[in-house]
Design a protein around this ligand. Structure first.
Ligand code: ZN
Ligand code: FE
Length: 253
């Protein structure tokens, strides 16, 4: 499978996905139609599917226009069928759906929105996490509560460590600054921050992130670790309280 990040709006990424064997073409979270159309035309491709992780405008803004131009089918969460414009194929939690010869497992990961899902390509070990898990960050909690968000992140944490994480926004630099503020002597984080600085100076995407790296550096995935609890002056407190604290600190950052 080939994946091309397409920068959209200010800091969004849509991803064009291409199955080498079946030549199936999809786009994940098209914020707007024109950058997608340009890429597809330049590469002589037709669009078969539009995959939406959630209903926010910066993830579905291109749905209807792209559907009209390419007669593409729109794929999203069944529970959000009234909020995903043009939806054709409705998927449930834990359901599998085939994109060409690639099996996708759907994970319902509420918290940012109540109908947020992750598309996990099982064989390829690729996860589209939308606005739930970012590189070095997690999404704001708009419709769910902290319990739901923490549970959703825990679902993602259980994927294989080599899973490549493709998220909805290029927030990595700012997220790294936040992680550094509370976890400054984390050597892996320091090294990662250096790499991020280099990439962003050249305007190169920091995506994909590797789940195994995120587990060691993303503060939101480390709320169960004693080392971090001590740094936050929350020794022996439960994971949920630590997560809520970190999320609150980030909201004010
Ligand atoms: Zn969103
Ligand atoms: Fe977004």
């Amino acid at each position: 499978m080939k994946i091309n990040p397409i920068p959209c709006l200010e800091d969004n990424y849509a991803y064009i996905i291409y199955n080498n064997l079946t030549k199936t073409v999809g786009v994940v979270d098209p914020s707007e139609a024109s950058p997608i159309v340009n890429f597809l035309k330049k590469n002589n491709l037709k669009l078969d599917y539009i995959l939406n992780t959630h209903h926010h405008f910066d993830h579905i803004g291109g749905n209807i226009e792209l559907k009209k131009i390419f007669n593409a089918k729109i794929v999203g969460f069944s529970g959000d069928k009234s909020r995903i414009p043009g939806i054709d194929i409705m998927l449930n939690d834990d359901e599998r759906w085939m994109f060409g010869d690639s099996s996708i497992k759907v994970l319902h990961i509420p918290g940012h929105t109540s109908g947020h899902i992750c598309f996990f390509f099982e064989k390829e070990k690729i996860a589209f996490t939308g606005d739930t898990l970012f590189s070095l960050g997690c999404g704001r909690i708009f419709e769910g509560d902290h319990h739901q968000m923490l549970e959703s992140l825990n679902k993602i944490k259980k994927l294989p460590k080599e899973t490549l994480i493709y998220c909805g926004h290029e927030y990595t630099y700012k997220n790294a600054e936040f992680c550094m503020k509370y976890d400054v002597d984390n050597l892996e984080l320091k090294n990662k921050f250096l790499k991020i600085k280099e990439l962003r100076a050249k305007n190169i995407p920091t995506i994909p992130a590797v789940l195994g790296d995120e587990l060691k550096t993303n503060i939101f995935l480390r709320c169960s670790e004693n080392e971090l609890k001590i740094k936050l002056n929350m020794k022996n407190q439960d994971n949920f309280k630590v997560f809520r604290k970190v999320r609150d600190l980030k909201d004010k950052f």
